[in-house]
Design a protein around this ligand. Structure first.
Ligand code: GLY
Ligand code: MN
Ligand code: MN
Length: 416
């Protein structure tokens, strides 16, 4: 991301913080996988949002005293022996160049800096990213850091910066939308490639490989999430990702996948018949899901509440399930549909959201729309997922170049 955008992100955050505050964000580090092998590193997304830096171990610190903001980057210390094995780490000048943060230091200077800043203060706010998915989530570097400094400087007040970051990340800048569009366009190319190459008798992973090849050939280094390639009944398991079954004649296959471009994600689901022709029943169910997909997309505009939209979508799906002869009363719909209609999309696939998901749509938000109907007893699971950008009056469908009508799918597959 451009320095100017990163600087704007930092300015917006600091404008909302009171005097006598410090924000500390950590890039994080990759956990151990096995023996001397580590999992692949991916930067903490909040750290990345403000710094554009994608290497591990670095720290960003922003301070605000007497309304004046100062910015610091503490970079991992240079270890020339280690660099002969793993490559060079960022130098001060490079960190400053990428982020636009003017003060570059190394981590061996951190303790002295903190002591100098804290010492003599009556009280001070330390804003850390304390986001936690569950009570039992393992302690992170942030938790250990918080405990460590409170022990040494008990007059410091630890605060959670995460709720201040959420409203910023929810609204995407034009530059962010561009990155998301690139991720989506490559994802679309990948889906088209696997549709072209689909053949009865393949394994799910063989078809997935066409998506992987397209991504890699377009410079994609990582995915938005583990690809779901689910044929027949497997598609009725929402997060099925074994992708190792044979695809039989007459099966629909559900692909839910996304490329990640500069850490921004695409998230698309498409379902199609591997032999190129929908059966009558598959058509009926597909049309039902498609009607909901299109109706929900039309509902989204500024000031619409996500939770209300979610409820409305559930009712629409229930009505479709009644017409399909699956249920008689709306309450029974959870047998065939049990997820929500969408989520925000950005630096994370399930991107930042308001507490309790009570987001009100605003211009600049990017959201997925992903209705589905999953009928285990018929071996049919269908989800149709698009990504939309909220505009002044409605949405721009970012995935509009990905075919989705039955006619277009059948034509595309017969031509290829
Ligand atoms: N594949 C994750 C999602 O669509 O939300
Ligand atoms: Mn998805
Ligand atoms: Mn999704």
């Amino acid at each position: 991301m451009e320095k100017g955008v990163l600087r704007k992100n930092r300015d917006k955050l600091m404008k909302n913080l009171e005097d006598n505050s410090m924000v500390i964000l950590f890039a994080g580090s990759a956990p151990k996988k096995s023996a001397d092998e580590m999992y692949e590193f991916t930067p903490n997304r909040n750290f990345y949002y403000f710094t554009g830096i994608e290497e591990e171990d670095h720290i960003m610190i922003l301070t605000k005293f007497k309304k004046e903001v100062k910015e610091y980057l503490f970079l991992k210390e240079i270890d020339e022996d280690e660099e002969r094995w793993s490559g060079k780490t960022l130098r001060k000048e490079e960190g400053i160049e990428i982020s636009g943060i003017e003060n570059g230091l190394y981590l061996n200077e951190l303790e002295g800096f903190l002591n100098k800043t804290f010492n003599g203060q009556e009280e001070m706010n330390i804003y850390l990213d304390m986001e936690r998915d569950s009570f039992s989530e393992l302690d992170t570097i942030v938790g250990r850091f918080a405990n460590g400094i409170i022990e040494k400087y008990p007059y410091l007040r630890i605060k959670n910066v995460y709720p201040k970051i959420v409203p910023l990340r929810l609204i995407k800048s034009d530059e962010e939308v561009e990155e998301i569009k690139k991720a989506i366009d490559i994802t679309i190319e990948g889906v088209k490639s696997l549709m072209k190459n689909a053949k009865v008798g393949m394994r799910e992973y063989e078809l997935e490989a066409f998506f992987d090849f397209t991504c890699k050939s377009n410079g994609i280094r990582d995915y938005a999430f583990k690809t779901i390639a689910a044929a027949g009944k497997n598609a009725t398991i929402l997060h099925y990702a074994d992708n190792n079954c044979e695809i039989k004649d007459g099966d629909l296959i559900l692909f839910d996948l996304g490329a990640q471009y500069k850490y921004y994600n695409g998230d698309i689901s498409r379902t199609f018949p591997v032999n190129g022709k929908f059966t009558d029943r598959q058509k009926e169910v597909y049309e039902a899901v498609l009607r909901v997909n299109e109706a929900v997309i039309k509902e989204i505009k500024p000031e619409v509440k996500f939770l209300e939209l979610n409820k409305k979508a559930r009712t629409m799906i229930a009505e479709e399930c009644k017409k399909l002869g699956l249920i008689k009363a709306e309450e029974e719909v959870s047998k065939y549909y049990w997820h929500s209609i969408g989520h925000s999309l950005g630096l994370d696939t399930h991107d930042v959201d308001s507490p309790d998901r009570d987001t009100v749509f605003k211009k600049g938000m990017v959201w997925t729309v992903e209705p589905g109907i999953y009928i285990e007893e018929e071996g049919i699971g269908i989800r149709i997922e698009d990504d939309v950008l909220v505009t002044d009056t409605g949405v721009e469908v970012l995935t509009k170049n990905m075919i989705k009508s039955i006619e277009d799918i059948e034509n595309y597959m017969s031509k290829n």
